[in-house]
Design a binder for this molecule. Structure first.
Ligand code: ANZ
Ligand code: ZN
Length: 824
């Protein structure tokens, strides 16, 4: 008897699969509609180093779905590529003193070889790298198309600045006031930068989440809803009276127009242009000092309720549009310049931050809703609940907030001093980055023509090589020093001009890669619309929950714009989504400093690919974290050996007729296949493995207890085991398949037909007597418990009629065939 040798199997089958290319998706079959498609997408990696346990987990889980779809007869596209521009590669390259391209492409080759060895069913003919000119040419083209539609624009404004990476960051890349990548505290800088106008799509991005709620993880849908942050309220006009005697109307955004009578002052964001415009001359010096301090604070700090309130009086008053009262106008950092209108009406009695500010500055507090709680003026605690309106003109005595808001807004609209308004937290997407390793922005700046798009036939604008140049971040893009590259003629007027030296946020690259996969070799367009429409949307997207508001929101935005351009039929790119958990060790996240990292390479060397894959899939529900310290890859290996040995015991020929073989085993086989299908569709992959283990045990028992390997039911069971195992342990499964006398590959063997008649549970007829007379018959399972049988008998309508309300004195149960009921 030969022995199970994981590494020998890997060496044997890998070249066979390379030769067969069993997972190459046939575009024509899908284009013509000849075959139903499934698009299995998994988040493509950054090429920083070799694959780790996290990559292994996500691809092992994802592969269960892709392989299952192939077995079910779909034409499956399961592509892989690399998100190969970006800071991780660039920083590593600077550390290792080599060119980012050398580092990037070296790692890509390493990772590609590891993915292949890991046996993932990728269609390698679609491989793409976002840092290839063939790819980024189209990223640049898309940027120009967005610009043509007014969806890419330049703006001079304060932006998030990472002092460590020396580059700007999108709002989405600032987490708790810190750089998402390096953890440095983010500050603000005033820069002229490119933005995508994602806010134009805010409402649609929000609305379409409803359609995704049943197939996307709740936490992702919720995170996007909160990020988009729609609120309803009103724009209210206050008239400002400036020091020079002129008046100026300033609009505030409020979600509580019903508290307007309680607005005792106004606050303007210190860093909004408005503040500098209106400040009275004698207050300017104090204001400038305060502004300098504001610029250093992060948004998170500014919005914190904990932080002591600071500000300056601007020496200006404003008229409240409903009460006619004159209130002072202040500047503070707790109002953000780029939210709402950058100016607020402060209602200290009913908003805690306004109250803190009022108390710090000695400004008046006026309660306009009596909630029965202590007056905020004395308690220092703003009341935000419902109550009775007081000191509020027409509202006095009302208790309904909705009615209060409607009354005030109706009044404002009639007077022309306000309107109903909707506000979004979502900001436009800042895409310029002052770094080298990214997609160049295809714009030329000309003194007389302004920002001129690079003509389409001159794309791509390729990155200059800059080998040997200093790429360390300095606040301006390293590209600025590539003078030959920077200095060009203006495409419009021919005068000397300069290229934009910033590169794009890498999230731009990844916002459309799933479209490029559908026709990866197109060299006349970004993607072939016909093929792309045939493949899209992705039927499953497997990846990390950390992308809930970044990548997943941007990709949805791109899809909607491309649909509006007439290039896509779908308006949502990902029909369903699965977020895997994290692989941890000894209860903690793996990290260098803790020294608790688990090396994927070492695990593979010790236990083999299949045992590691099986362990990751069997660990639990895919969404849960996996603590590697609690796992037993050795146990997985033993199970695989046990399964594999079954194939050696089979001696019967192929094919089985309905009445042949051990019927108990056949029932287990067919029930397992039947259940596995619905379990996979529900993403309960770990249960599929458990069921496969049970089938292996049942098969072993059948062989050992007499029927032997010649029973066709045994062959049927072992073939089912091989097919089920091909989802998680492709090498073992392929080897079993060969030992069963088949040619490769088991991955394309098809899902065995389930015989429905074998799914029916056995039943026996139970006779129910009342006072010795037969009053009912029940169809029950042969192993029904006495208690269950008694309950079923008493509930039978015939029995109830015979009893006619009489009390039951005694029930004699002889499970499963007889129940005798004796009434009082
Ligand atoms: C008066 C008021 C009274 C407010 C009250 C709240 C409670 P959301 O729901 O997040 O949209 N606000 C408006 N613009 C702001 C800015 N640029 N920076 C800081 N705060 C700003 O919040 C809207 C509320 O946040 C607005 O409603 C405004 O305060 C404040 F009892 O106006 B409210
Ligand atoms: Zn010009």
């Amino acid at each position: 008897e030969t022995t199970y040798d994981a590494h020998a199997m890997e060496a044997k089958w890998l070249p066979v699969w390379e030769e067969l290319q069993p997972f190459r998706a046939d575009d024509e079959a899908v284009r013509t509609g000849g075959k139903e498609k499934r698009y299995a997408l998994t988040m493509f990696p950054y090429p920083s180093g070799d694959l780790h346990m996290g990559h292994a987990e996500v691809t092992a889980l994802h592969d269960v779905i892709a392989r299952y779809w192939w077995l079910r007869g779909f034409e499956v596209m399961n592509p892989m590529g690399w998100d190969s521009f970006g800071l991780p590669a660039e920083n590593a390259a600077i550390r290792n003193d080599e060119h980012p391209a050398t580092y990037t492409y070296g790692n890509i080759d390493t990772q590609a070889a590891s993915f292949k060895k890991f046996g993932i069913s990728f269609d390698w003919s679609r491989r793409l790298h976002t840092s290839d000119p063939e790819y980024y040419r189209w990223t640049q083209w898309l940027f120009l198309k967005f610009a043509e539609r007014g969806l890419a624009y330049q703006k001079y404004s304060p932006v998030n600045w990472c002092p460590n990476d020396q580059t700007v960051l999108a709002n989405e890349q600032v987490v708790d006031g810190r750089c998402e990548r390096c953890g440095a505290e983010v500050t603000k800088r005033e820069l002229n930068q490119w933005y995508f106008k994602i806010t134009d799509y805010a409402q649609e991005l929000l609305d379409d989440l409803d359609g995704l709620a049943s197939t996307w993880p709740d936490r992702v849908v919720t995170a996007q809803r909160n990020w988009i942050g729609r609120s309803e309220g009103a724009h209210v006009d206050f008239t400002l009276h400036l020091a020079d005697g002129s008046d100026r109307v300033v609009t505030v955004y409020t979600t509580r127009p019903d508290t307007l009578y309680g607005a005792t002052f106004m606050v303007v964001a210190a860093d909004a242009a408005l503040a500098a415009d209106i400040v009275a001359p004698e207050r300017r010096e104090a204001f400038e000092a305060y502004l300098a301090q504001t610029r250093k604070a992060s948004d998170i700090d500014r919005m914190s309720t904990e932080r002591p309130k600071t500000g300056v009086d601007l020496g200006v008053t404003a008229t409240n549009p409903v009460s006619g009262e004159r209130v002072p106008v202040w500047a503070s950092d707790y109002v953000l310049a780029d939210y709402g209108t950058g100016a607020i009406m402060a209602v200290p009695a009913h908003d805690q931050r306004d109250l803190d500010f009022a108390r710090a500055m000695g400004l008046p507090v006026r309660r306009v809703i009596d909630t029965g709680e202590e007056n905020p003026e004395s308690s220092g605690v703003a009341t935000t609940g419902d109550g009775t309106y007081v000191s509020s003109g027409v509202l006095d005595g009302l208790t309904d907030k909705k009615a209060g808001i409607a009354t005030i807004v109706d009044g404002l609209e009639a007077e022309g001093t306000g309107t109903r308004a909707v506000n979004f937290r979502l900001r436009d997407w800042l895409l310029s980055r002052q770094r080298y390793w990214g997609c160049p922005i295809p714009i030329i700046h000309c003194e007389s023509c302004g920002a001129v798009p690079v003509p389409e036939d001159q794309l791509p604008v390729t990155l200059p090589d800059m080998r040997g140049a200093d790429l360390k971040p300095k606040g301006v893009s390293p590209l600025a020093t590539a003078t030959d590259w920077v200095n060009v003629d203006c495409p419009r007027c021919g005068a000397a001009a300069k290229r934009d030296t910033d590169t794009m946020d890498t999230f731009v690259d990844s916002s459309w890669y799933f479209l490029r996969y559908c026709s990866p070799n197109e060299d006349t367009q970004a993607f072939d619309p016909e093929l792309t429409n045939a493949w899209m949307p992705a039927d499953i997207y497997v990846g990390g929950v950390e992308h809930a508001v970044l990548h997943l929101l941007y990709a949805r935005f791109f899809t909607k714009v491309l649909a509006d351009m007439g290039l896509l039929e779908v308006r949502e790119p990902f029909a369903a989504q699965l977020n895997q958990g994290v692989v941890i060790n000894e209860g903690k996240k793996m990290s260098k400093s803790l020294g608790n990292g688990v090396s994927l390479g070492e695990q593979l060397a010790e236990f083999g690919v299949d045992a590691v894959r099986l362990t990751l899939v069997f660990a639990g529900p895919p969404e849960d974290d996996i603590d590697w310290a609690d796992m037993s890859p050795a146990g997985s290996l033993r199970f695989l050996q046990r399964a594999w040995r079954l194939a050696g015991d089979v001696t019967s020929a192929v094919g089985i007729s309905a009445d042949q073989g051990d019927s108990a085993l056949r029932k287990v086989t067919h029930r397992t296949l039947h259940e596995a299908a619905s379990l996979i569709e529900a993403h309960r992959f770990n249960v599929v493995v458990a069921r496969t283990m049970e089938l292996v045990n049942a098969t072993r028992k059948a062989i050992d207890s007499g029927c032997g390997g010649a029973d066709p039911a045994v062959r049927e069971a072992v073939e089912a085991v091989a097919i089920l195992l091909s989802l998680v342990a492709p090498y073992t499964a392929e080897d079993m398949w060969e030992r069963l006398g088949h040619t490769p590959t088991v991955a394309r063997a098809g899902w065995p037909e389930v015989d429905e008649s074998l799914l029916v549970e056995d039943v026996v007829t139970c006779v129910v007597q009342v006072k010795g007379k037969v009053r009912g018959r029940l169809e029950v399972s042969p192993d029904i418990s006495e208690a269950d049988l008694e309950a079923a008998a008493l509930a039978d309508p015939g029995v109830q009629r015979a009893l006619d309300g009489a009390e039951v004195r005694k029930v004699i149960v002889r499970a499963p065939k007889l129940v005798n009921i004796v009434p009082a």
